[in-house]
Design a protein around this ligand. Sequence first.
Ligand code: CMC
Length: 395
Amino acid sequence: TGYITFDPGYVSTGSCQSDITFLDGEKGILLYRGIPIEQLAEKSNFIETAFLLIYGHLPNRSELDYFQYHITHHSMVHESIKKLYDGFPNNPHPMAVCSAVVGALATFYQDQFNNQTAREIEITIHRLLAKLPTIAAYSYKKSLGQPFLYPQNHLSYTKNFLNMMFATPCEPYEVNPVAAKALDVLLMLHADHEQNCSTSTVRLVGSSRCNLYSSVSAGIYALWGPLHGGANQAVVEMLQKIQDEGGDAKKFVEKAKKPNEEGSSRLFGFGHRVYKNFDPRSKIIKQMAHEVLDKLKVQEPLLDIALQLEEIALKDDYFISKKLYPNVDFYSGIIYKALRIPVNMFPVMFAIGRLPGWIAHWVELQGDKDFRIGRPRQIYQGKTSHDYVPLEQRG
Ligand code: CMC
């Protein structure tokens, strides 16, 4: 009842009050709990940033050690979880697998759902952050038909993940510290972004007082689409297509200007609902792409195509007038590719990075003094009331 505001895509609806992340789309500012993303990318690491987002302050030494210890020591998954992977067909998309397996965690830890204590929520947070890289690496191993490797507690978060991805039982694998560091920074840059589609999904699901595992599982699915976290996969596939068709970036930009025409596609990795000047994450990632390729001695022709595409688009009236700039997904895939991460795992990398943000928002919502179940209204456009017609009288 009463007045309903029509706001498709929630462009101007503030769905909650939040203390977690600040965005200024005009000035290209992104702050996690008040700290600029540039400073975190340079000085922090993913685990510390996760603590910051979830608990609201930078951890002191003992808080960090405790957090780190528990995340490290919850990284194994129940042996029965491994059997779930055998039920999937060959080569499923790893996002589908990750969401399904994260959802299944709710069957393993279901004793702790209602009226959770702070301690129970804490264990759930540790478990999710610890197990998602294991779950993700196993989805890759399954697609290769290789055995799953146990996590290694002496390795850092990203070294452990890369080890589970690329080591085999027959051969030790030395994780390149440049690769581990690059991945850590990328995860940090993805860690939160206020009320984006997947975070809003986690909040909406959590607003029915649904548990954190299931809320995060829904968030992974929301992230998968090519307009959101699936864009990093779509960007590299787009760059590959341009290369396969002779490398004409200009032709592709022309097509992207007619998104409704058959055979056309948006310029993936471009545009953002909030950023109308530049995406601060993209600036850092572009710079990183050059450095990481250089340090790893990787030649990547797709980087040249991306640079050309960006240059052409940024001079084009269509992109200028619509304020479309490279977003976080435009250059990240080039780095993942240099780390040998397969293209269909790119959205999974985004999910591992975004997990602290999802958790922080779920936790914030549960403690919100204004807590209410999320329940948008609609503007009904259907038929007005009319009588039921028996089957034999219908035309
Ligand atoms: N290529 C060509 N045209 C575009 C693009 C693009 N990448 N992005 C927006 N437009 C056009 C769009 O057609 C529309 O034109 P018009 O006003 O003539 O209808 C106008 O720009 C505004 O676009 P919109 O779709 O109304 O904007 P939105 O805020 O609803 O969508 C977006 C934002 C990110 C979904 C969109 O820019 C897009 O689809 N980009 C490509 C996919 C992408 O890179 N997604 C990752 C986003 S950043 C990370 C994340 O959130 O996951």
